[in-house]
Design a protein around this ligand. Sequence first.
Ligand SMILES: [Ca+2]
Length: 526
Amino acid sequence: MRHLFGIDSRVLTASAVVVLVALAAGADQEVTITNPGFEQLEPGGVMVGWRLVDGAFSDGATLTGDGESVHEGVGSVKVAVKGHGTVTVESDPVALDVGKLYRLSGWIHTEGAVSDPMSKYPTAVPACLSMEALPFTIHSPAVGGDSDWTRVDELFIATAASDRVRLHLGYNGTARGTAWFDDIRIEVVDDISEYISPETVRWSGDGFRYDDQGWIFVHIEGEPYERGFQYGSLMPDEIAEYIRKLGVVQYREDPETGWDTIRFEADALFLRKYDDEYLTEMKGIADGAADAGGEAWERPIDLRDIVALNSVVDIGQLYDALEVTPNSLTGQAFVTPDEELDIDIDQHKCSAFLATGPATRDGGIVFGQIFMWSGYTGMHWNVITDVVPSDGYRLVYHTFPGGIHSGADFYLNSAGIAFGETTVMQTPYEANSTPQSNRARKAAQYAASIDDVERILWEKNNGMYTNDWPIADFKTGEVAILLLGTKEKKLWRTSEDMSPFGTPGFLWANNNPRDPEVRKEYVAQP
Ligand SMILES: [Ca+2]
């Protein structure tokens, strides 16, 4: 290793200054990055601590140390593309605390840096900073055109204990031109108000809500009625708007009548099947929303509205379920194998995978799921609800305004359990049982193991929303998929026989009911 351009005395002085500044700010507040100011080159001109990322640069892209255009010190890093292209440069690993807030910053100078105007989604940007573990949507503000040295920064919450800084020219698409980077820093940010401005946080008792990049985060806690009241009072307008749209979907010409139909169905079939705990929570949501001015067709939101809102998924499955649910004349009616193969296009819904042990780089669990729903009402599924209940585990789930269950489905709890769901063909309806929305929520609140999730989803199963339920236990590293029919179920788990998967440590769900006993439920039996 040698110092860039051989001016050792200047480099030593600069290092001493950096050390003093770091001590003044609290030595643990700055994350160590190798060669953050691009002052050091290996023999042969290779930049110490930074490199091009394999597979993330186009032909002719270059990374060089530069001593002419610098922000501080004697060197910077210069990246360029040939024509339109892309370059990603990454640092040596940096150590972060998962869940902690950091600020990534640096200086960028560009000449003729212009991104591809034809790239629509994601939107291509010229030069910016990001972290390897962050999704492509999270990066610093971009610098482009002919720009003098410009400071950019980006707050992020660490998602990996070992991450890398990334420097981009042509990110989320291509760009042309040249960019210089210098003085990259990562600092711990202790004050959460730098990320979420206190003025944007709304409170209700111990509950609060804030909005971030299109998502609504709502935290509620306490006894069922108390936490429900917090929930409803924190999003009356969103609940009202979601109700209105569900009414439109049901009956476009007269949405109020459409919604009354859903309310009647939910009241007749499901309201009395919810556990006391969840009915009480929904009563709290209704009262909280009404208290905060939430209205449906100029009357205050009430309990039946919130029960209907939370029963929409169960109701939606009834049409298919009744096709295969027996009555006293059943015996002639059946679904032929050919008909079963002729799966309607809208049967192809959410998909998910689980990987662990031999299927992941570090042996830990990776859980991925996509959610599919119509866009008209689906845009309102932008709520992340965080519940600290008086009984059971803390749980976090992705849902719609006023959802006591996820529906999406995506749950995490403080016992280390995560589970999701992907739809398969609907099995029969079991009228005298508990709604799936109740069972799924209960599993998320009370399960501490894969066995618990299976047991709670299975107990008093009403058969609605026949699903593959991917389940992960982060305490043990085990993952599983539960195919839950109405009278039949099948669990595959990585600690046991995984036939017919045959992929060690890897399970997936793609709307295909793999178990023959569950498939038999598609034929209505007398
Ligand atoms: Ca420098």
